[in-house]
Ligand binder design. Structure first.
Ligand code: ACO
Length: 359
């Protein structure tokens, strides 16, 4: 048995490759650094979904179809009752997504791509007692997300930074949420069910739930001089340092640097970034001392937290923003599984008691 399915190969994929020793991420034949900051969300969707739908719109037509899908799913926001508004944004976003019809056609895929992008700003605004803002289908996806959250058109540099983030996290091998999506897709349940499985797996603090706690950690530490003592105490309590460690990477996660560059482009003199870099350095030094055999490095979530904070997303919504990007990976993997894969059905080893023999 392999604990946590370590090193188990469960799929062949043309979508992405994570080289944990070299710190290299390939997405459909492109290095991450050649996509992040150069490709829009709609272009990344076209790249990942290429070949999985006969009628996938291309280029500007795909961006326009995505805009229409944002408008279409916005209708569901009316179903956000008071109880759901009080829930965490990811739970409210998931509940609204669950209202969308299931299917495996391109229209379902477009609605699912639009869902976290539309539902998250609506939930954030309603939690602040503000009316949701309807999508503008003419705007690029990232720019419209910021507009729906803020109620005004965002600075283009901020929209570009969000685009960089969404593309950076769009796919990443057989991570926990993508595997969950593929398992559900393998049962032929449909894309909406597969995406809901992905969202549910993403929400955990060991996966996409980590960046909110990164902000808590930075806020609690307060200033660089306190970092070492705070981090030592956290490890002493048996806590994990959020934003560090990865199942596959034994070197630095290349996405961390892509996001750090995006933060620097937004604000070259960011004091918050300088502070976070000091905390990061202290954490890496302590992890090297405490866990020398493990090679724990900074993962994507550390700089995700800083970038999304700089874009004024509230920390409790960070997992939803992750889902806005990763949803195209889930859909592509679900379609790949559907096209070629059998039902995913591993075995377990029974270690319980034997039934008693009849006397
Ligand atoms: N802080 C402190 N110790 C850690 C950390 C961490 N961030 N990460 C791993 N370790 C330690 C574990 O305690 C364990 O130590 P032990 O052998 O002395 O018991 C050892 O490293 C191995 O831990 P595993 O849980 O087996 O490692 P795994 O590969 O399963 O963990 C994971 C990967 C879950 C990401 C882990 O590093 C972690 O919990 N990190 C913090 C949460 C986080 O940042 N999650 C986001 C990951 S990126 C993403 O999913 C998009």
């Amino acid at each position: 048995m392999s604990d946590g399915l370590d090193d188990v190969v469960a799929a062949e994929t043309i979508l992405s490759d994570v080289d944990g020793a070299a710190g290299r991420l390939i997405i459909r034949g492109h290095l991450l650094d050649d996509l992040a900051g150069r490709t829009s969300f709609a272009e990344a969707a076209e790249l990942l979904l290429d070949g999985f739908f006969d009628d996938l719109p291309r280029g500007a037509a795909l961006a326009a179809a995505l805009g229409r899908s944002r408008l279409e799913v916005f209708r569901e926001v009316a179903g956000l009752d008071a109880g759901l508004v009080q829930a965490s944004p990811v739970e409210a976003m998931r509940a609204l997504t669950a209202r969308l019809a299931d299917g495996d056609d391109v229209a379902t895929a477009l609605r699912l791509m639009a869902a976290p992008a539309v539902f998250t700003p609506a939930v954030i605004r309603m939690q602040r007692h503000l009316a949701p803002v309807a999508p503008d289908p003419a705007l690029p996806h990232a720019a419209d997300i910021l507009r729906m959250m803020r109620g005004e058109v965002a600075d283009p540099a901020q929209a570009a930074a969000l685009d960089t983030y969404l593309v950076t996290v769009c796919d990443h091998g057989l991570n926990a949420s993508t595997f969950a999506a593929r398992v559900v897709a393998s049962t032929r349940a449909g894309l909406t069910s597969a995406v809901l499985a992905g969202v549910s797996a993403l929400k955990g603090p060991l996966h996409g739930g980590a960046p909110g706690p990164v902000i808590e950690m930075l806020d609690e530490i307060g200033e660089a001089a306190n970092a070492r003592a705070w981090l030592e105490a956290a490890l002493q309590r048996g806590d994990r340092l959020m934003g560090f460690g990865h199942r596959i990477y034994r070197v630095r996660d290349p996405r961390a640097d892509a996001l750090k560059r995006a933060i620097r482009r937004l604000d070259p003199n960011s004091g918050r970034l300088a502070y976070a870099e000091a905390v990061e350095a202290a954490a890496l030094a302590i992890l090297r001392e405490r866990k020398p055999a493990r090679s724990l490095q900074t993962n994507v979530e550390f700089y995700t937290a800083l970038l999304l904070e700089a874009l004024a997303f509230p920390p409790e919504s960070f997992t939803c923003v992750f889902a806005m990007g990763r949803v195209i990976g889930w859909i592509a993997h679900a379609q790949e599984q559907l096209a070629g894969g059998r039902l995913i059905r591993p075995k377990s080893t029974y270690i319980g008691p034997e039934p008693r023999q009849a006397a």
